[in-house]
Design a protein around this ligand. Structure first.
Ligand code: ADE
Length: 225
C-alpha cells in the first residue's frame, strides 16, 4: 500500500511513522508513506496556501490551486483508489471503515487547516471525507496519523501474530475482554481462575461472555448495529 499525505505541516506528522509498528511496516516495505508539503505547490513569493472567505466571515480558507497542482501531479504518476479529506464534518472513522481502506493499493490523504478547504476541492477531487471524532482539531494531521495507524496495522504481515488484528476490539462490533499477565496474584488482586484451567472451550466462552458484558455496559450502541 502507498499513502501520499498532503499537508502544510509535514514535521507534525512524521514522528508517528518513526517508531514501533508503523516504522517496522515501512521498513518491511508493506507500506510506503510520502509527505507532500503544500507550500511546494504555491506560485507566489509568500508561498500562500490560504485566503479570506468570499462573502465575509472569520477564518482563512485553503485555496484550490496548490491542492489541485499537488493532487494532479500525483494522479499523473499513478491511479488512486481514494482521495481522503480529513475534516470534522466527514464520516466518523470506525473499524469497518479502517478495514475497508486497508485493502486499497494507493490513497491520498489531504489534511485540512484553518476553516478548511475551498468547497471546489471537495467536489472535484475528494472521494471520501473522514473525521476522527466529534471535536475540532487544529488541523487534519493528527487525524491523518490516527487513520494511518488504524489502517496500516491491518495490512497482512504488519502485526506479528496474524490473528491479533482480528481479535481487536470492534472487529465483531464487540469490545475486547479483560486480559491478564503475570503475576497470578498481585497484592491479593487475583487473575480469574478459569484462565489457568487449560480448558480452552471454557476460556473462550468466558472471554465471549466478558466481551459481551463489557460492550453492553460501555457501548450498548455497538450491539444494536
Ligand atoms: N480536522 C479538524 N478536526 C478534525 C477531526 N475531528 N477529524 C479529522 N480531521 C479534522
Amino acid at each position: 500500500m502507498r499513502i501520499d499525505i498532503i499537508t502544510v505541516l509535514p514535521e507534525l506528522l512524521k514522528s508517528p511513522f518513526e517508531a514501533s509498528i508503523l516504522k517496522r511496516a515501512i521498513e518491511a516495505k508493506l507500506v510506503e508513506i510520502h509527505f507532500h508539503n503544500l507550500r511546494d505547490y504555491t506560485t507566489d513569493n509568500y508561498k500562500s496556501i490560504d485566503d479570506t472567505q468570499f462573502g465575509g466571515g472569520a477564518g482563512m480558507v485553503m485555496m484550490i490551486e496548490p491542492i489541485d497542482k499537488c493532487i494532479s501531479k500525483l494522479k499523473v504518476e499513478r491511479d488512486y483508489d481514494d482521495i481522503i479529506y480529513m475534516t470534522p464534518d466527514g464520516e466518523t472513522l470506525n473499524q469497518s471503515i479502517a478495514n475497508h481502506i486497508s485493502t486499497k493499493e494507493n490513497i491520498i490523504i489531504l489534511c485540512g487547516h484553518y476553516k478548511g478547504v475551498d468547497q471546489r476541492v471537495r467536489e472535484q477531487f475528494i472521494t471520501r471525507e473522514i473525521s476522527i471524532g466529534d471535536y475540532v482539531l487544529s488541523g487534519g494531521e493528527l487525524g491523518a496519523a490516527v487513520l494511518c495507524d488504524a489502517i496500516i496495522r491491518l495490512i497482512p504481515g504488519v502485526l506479528g501474530n496474524e490473528t491479533s488484528a482480528l481479535t481487536d476490539s470492534f472487529q465483531d462490533n464487540v469490545l475486547s475482554p479483560p486480559i491478564y499477565t503475570r503475576p497470578r496474584d498481585y497484592k491479593g488482586w487475583k487473575v480469574p481462575k478459569v484462565l489457568f484451567s487449560g480448558n480452552f472451550p471454557e476460556i473462550e466462552k468466558w472471554r465471549e461472555e466478558e466481551a459481551y458484558k463489557r460492550t453492553k455496559e460501555r457501548r450498548p450502541d455497538l450491539l444494536d448495529e
